[in-house]
Write a protein that binds this ligand. Structure first.
Ligand code: FAD
Ligand code: NAP
Length: 532
């Protein structure tokens, strides 16, 4: 059993995409590394979110690791957008191929991390034991703490209660059941078409409608795959040149400078083949409200064309800027509302009053067997504030972030020396293809630790000035876009008592450039070996 010798160079918390690669990288540097994972399986997102229909909405050829040429050449994806189980199989393949599993402590949850000023070590307390480590890396995910809504009577429900983010491993049988689903974000939009086929009745409780673009998913086009594989390394570089980190998507034309008829025919083409790329298909959709409205209206018209009942179609049409809430990608979502057994309940008109032992009460009382919460996550900060992380002078990260999370580059936090976060607040993270963003952070952290060892530095910490200026930049950029004017989990609006602060850095290329500049300047904004 690992962990008996409780002193490590590095402890990594989490064994998802981030934790697995971080572990591989640091172990190859000859460091003693422990990975701690609360689940009994690796895979993070793809282990927890096993709901029917779960799949990535970034093409698999880019939603995959690039760190090993043989791996990326040899692995074949079966579809353009892979289903959750295939991604999980891939992550298990990676773990086997690089012999990672045996050095991960599963079923162990980190409950406290405490910095000891006297020896500059972290004490990591888990559900099982305690470890000492020099560096501590949180690979705990941006979307890993489920949001469980407070709805009166929820605890009294006696039917089957499910959350998309903690879906059971055994298949759930919906045959002939009356099922309610609360929420209409990406998870719900993927689940609904799948379960609608089996249920007796499906009641969809919608508070805010979402924009969704058809995935046009299908078997992997082997010609495309071969072309990408011929130049995989070059192709991956394109991830870092696109605003949202999607290599296959780059539209430079502007709606504001184009003929409207041409725009509509281009949007039609993007609707048919681009998925998430629909949003970046024109350069001004994310930044110009008028251009954004053209794209938004295009999607509203598609919804109205697809959904037979005009009242239902109207309720499914969002009014805010397209992209303001995370854009969804679906397989037959709007079409599902043409089924007789699928019913849309508009919570704006009549909110949920109460959950009873066998029913939900809103505009009327719906008797149900199963209730699915598709209510999202305490995003970006939840996995860092739901445990006690105690830095200098025992300051708790949760308290330091009370008025809004602040980080330098999404990698380091002042008062928390030798602690790194992968895809932390202030980095492109959730507003990017997360695979290349994760690899960028893992490589940076490994290089930084390597540089410290070479240069005889033992403690790294970001400064308050660097952090303040960085978050100012994050907000200045966000204010130039449509992202800040909509209530969304990007700005904490989905969690009642959470600070309302916009957290992702918008623009992968600018971020990449800044990161490289800062690193080349001997990690400007970080201080090393500050006296205690
Ligand atoms: P996670 O996968 O969240 O892994 C974190 C791990 O840390 C988990 O295994 C968790 O159990 C563990 N952990 C957390 N806290 C503790 C603790 N205290 N102690 C011990 N272990 C702990 N991104 C994209 O770019 N494209 C997509 O198509 C896409 N689809 C998504 C679909 C869904 C349903 C969801 C929820 C997210 C999706 N994402 C997508 C974002 C996705 O989260 C990332 O792409 C990526 O998988 C994150 O990997 P990670 O390792 O950083 O975090
Ligand atoms: P989400 O986007 O936050 O959606 C949650 C839904 O629940 C929203 O419709 C929300 O309504 C609703 N809701 C929350 N609390 C409620 C309450 N008390 N009463 C009624 N409705 C309530 O969460 P998600 O769908 O799990 O997706 C989260 C993110 O994970 C996505 O944005 C995406 O980044 C990622 N993801 C990606 C994919 C993919 O396609 N690859 C799939 C799933 C998830 P309001 O909008 O009104 O708050």
């Amino acid at each position: 059993m690992i962990g008996k010798d409780s002193k490590y160079d590095v402890v990594i918390v989490g064994a998802g995409v981030s934790g697995l690669f971080m572990f591989h990288k640091l172990r190859n540097m000859g460091l003693s590394v422990l990975v701690i994972e609360k689940s009994d399986e690796l895979g993070g997102t793809w282990n927890w979110n096993r709901y029917p229909g779960a799949r990535c909405d970034i093409p698999s050829l880019e939603y995959s690791y690039q760190f090993d040429e043989d791996l990326q050449q040899e692995w074949n994806w079966s579809e353009k957008y892979s289903a959750g189980p295939e991604i999980l199989e891939y992550l298990n393949h990676v773990a086997d191929r690089f012999d990672l599993k045996k050095d991960i402590n599963f079923e162990e949850e980190v409950v406290e991390a405490k910095f000891n000023e006297a020896n500059s070590q972290w004490s990591i307390k888990t559900s099982k034991q305690e470890y000492q480590t020099k560096f501590c890396i949180f690979a705990t995910g941006c979307l890993s703490v489920p949001n469980k809504p407070e709805i009166e009577g929820l605890e009294s429900f006696e039917g089957e209660l499910l959350h998309t983010a903690t879906w059971p491993r055994d298949e759930v049988d919906f045959t002939g059941k009356n099922v309610a689903i609360i929420g209409t974000g990406s998870s719900s939009i993927q689940t609904i078409p799948e379960i609608a086929k089996d249920v007796n009745n499906l009641y969809v409780f919608q508070r805010t409608p979402n924009y969704s673009i058809p995935s046009n998913n299908g078997p992997m086009d082997t010609e495309t795959e071969a072309k990408v594989k011929e130049r995989y390394a070059e192709f991956r570089k394109e991830n870092y040149l696109n605003g949202f980190g999607i290599a296959s998507d780059s539209g430079e034309a502007l709606i504001s400078e184009s003929d409207l008829e041409e725009v509509n025919s281009q949007l039609e083409e993007n609707w048919k083949k681009s998925g998430l790329g629909f949003f970046g298909g024109y350069g001004d959709i994310p930044v110009d409200v008028d251009a954004n409205e053209v794209a938004a209206n295009f999607v509203r018209n598609k919804i109205k064309e697809t959904v037979n009942d005009p009242e239902t179609a109207k309720k499914l049409c969002p009014e805010y800027h397209i992209g303001g809430k995370r854009l969804c990608v679906d397989t037959g979502y709007f079409e599902t509302f043409n089924r007789d057994n699928v019913h849309l309940i508009d919570l704006h008109a009549t909110p949920i009053e109460k959950v009873h032992s066998n029913a939900i009460e809103a505009d009327e009382t719906y008797e149900i067997d199963t209730l699915i919460l598709a209510t999202g996550f305490d995003a970006m900060t939840g996995a860092l504030t739901s445990l006690d992380i105690l830095g200098r002078n025992e300051i708790n990260l949760r308290d330091q972030w009370k008025e809004g999370a602040k980080s330098y580059l999404g990698l380091g936090v002042r008062n928390f020396p030798n602690l790194f976060t992968i895809t932390g607040p202030g980095s492109p993270s959730v507003l990017s293809n997360m695979m290349p963003s994760i690899e960028q952070h893992v490589n940076w952290i490994a290089d930084c630790i390597g540089w410290m060892l070479e240069n005889d530095k033992s403690v790294i910490e970001s400064t308050k000035i660097a952090e303040d200026e960085w978050m100012k930049l994050v907000n200045e950029i966000a204010d130039m876009t449509i992202f800040t004017s909509t209530k969304s989990w990007y700005n904490g609006s989905n969690i009642e008592d959470k600070a309302k602060a916009f957290l992702p850095f918008i623009g992968v290329p600018v971020y990449t450039e800044k990161l490289e500049e800062i690193t080349a300047d001997d990690y400007q904004g970080f201080i090393f070996d500050k006296s205690n």
